[in-house]
Design a protein around this ligand. Structure first.
Ligand code: HSE
Length: 395
């Protein structure tokens, strides 16, 4: 596509689509223009002239003038169909749909190889922070040990409002939704699914391994209660929803998404509101910290812009770790220290603690802190949200 103007067919005109439109107006040297926008809702009032909109996806795929498809829609199944169709039609695609990528990335890597087209998606993880391209290009060696971080802006926003401003959970969630950070299904944000999907994508670029999302523990903050906040404060910590992929031996990695009691000496302790923070640890450089806005139309639109301009010099992910490096296997054969707050003693029977280090009983609630194998936790992952409990990892 060298030296050519980029003519974009855009799918979706929600928070990020509109954000991209505004960002492109400021980026005049990008020589990129949105020429057609495909949307679903014919009745929604739009901020642009009607001529730019279409309701027919094929108008974009078959337009010879469009040389890049950008899809910024919410629905993962529709997103998959668009990306698949674009690659097959020989058009490069930029996508921001983390759920779609977390489930289909393996197949889409193969489809890129087969069709010779490219799929870029830096906007899918951590909004404006360039995590994926850095993992792919700068950290393209064996030194990487772990990538840990706050990958979901909405849940971090809610936690900040609860911890710093004593706001209630529902009020904080409503505020995140009004500000355009939250997913249309807020369960994705608050129950750790969004963080999990981003972690799956990050892991492909950090360690070259695809792990199916269903095989990884994700637990969020929707059951967080007063008692948990009090416990965190007593220990001088803050609760953060943390996603973690760590190398535990020469050929094994482990993944989890769990609320975590974070002590003040950690970089992520100070990541507040809708910001994301990612700590990259490596063998010879210890730790590096990437911080920035992970949600919202303009920050995410900026990341999409970066993928768009990357296409102007034919950039594509090479999946170096996946294709050229030692195969890293996912394991849950590791122990973690877990806090479980509960009301009904019967709920503790779910957890096979190997060792208990702390216990508290009262008439209102109780908690136990102990060591448990991650494999045992993954095994009960679907049962956890059904119980009146809250769990969090000790850092
Ligand atoms: N709902 C997401 C978040 C948007 O809050 O981080 C960015 O992926």
């Amino acid at each position: 596509m060298k030296n050519n103007a980029i003519r974009i067919g855009l799918f979706g005109f929600g928070t990020v689509g509109e954000g991209l439109y505004e960002v492109l107006k400021k980026a005049t040297s990008a020589h990129a223009e949105i020429v057609k926008i495909c949307v679903r809702d014919r009745n929604k009032k739009r901020s642009l002239p009607a001529e730019i909109f279409t309701y027919e996806p094929e108008d974009i795929f078959t337009d010879p003038d469009i040389n890049l498809v950008v899809e910024l829609i919410d629905d993962a199944d529709a997103s998959y169909a668009i990306v698949h169709r674009s690659l097959e039609a020989g058009k490069a695609v930029v996508s921001g749909n983390k759920k779609m990528l977390a489930y289909h990335i393996e197949e889409l890597i193969e489809l890129q190889e087969k069709t010779g087209t490219a799929l870029l998606y830096d906007a899918s993880a951590c909004g404006s922070i360039p995590v994926i391209r850095n993992l792919e290009e700068y950290y393209d060696n064996d030194l990487l040990l772990s990538v840990k971080g706050i990958l979901n802006g909405s849940s971090n926003f809610i936690l900040s409002k609860i911890f710093n401003e004593n706001k209630g959970y529902d009020e904080a969630l409503k505020e995140a939704q009004d500000l355009g950070f939250a997913e249309s299904n807020p369960t994705f944000d608050v129950d750790g699914f969004d963080s999990l999907f981003k972690l799956i994508i990050i892991t492909v670029h950090a360690f070259g391994t695809y792990v199916h999302p269903d095989d990884v523990i994700n637990y969020g903050i929707s059951n967080l209660g007063e008692a948990d906040i009090r416990y965190a404060r007593e220990k001088g910590t803050r609760i953060k929803l943390l996603a973690d992929v760590s190398k535990i031996s020469d050929d094994k990695i482990t993944l989890c998404v769990l609320p975590c009691f974070v002590p003040p000496d950690k970089y992520i302790y100070s990541v507040e509101d809708e910001f994301n923070g990612v700590v990259i640890k490596g063998e010879c450089y210890d730790k590096q910290f990437m911080f920035g806005r992970g949600a919202g139309g303009f920050p995410t639109g900026s990341s999409v812009l970066s993928d768009i301009t990357a296409r102007s010099h034919d950039y594509r992910y090479e999946y170096k770790k996946r294709n050229q490096y030692r195969k890293m296997e996912y394991t849950t054969d590791v122990d973690i220290k877990l806090y479980v707050r509960y009301r009904d003693e019967a709920d503790t029977a779910l957890f096979r603690f190997k060792e208990v280090t702390e216990r508290y009983y009262s008439k209102d609630y109780s908690f136990v802190v102990g060591v448990i194998s991650l494999a045992d936790l993954v095994a009960i992952k679907d049962e956890l949200p059904k119980r009146n409990i809250f769990i969090a990892k000790m850092y």
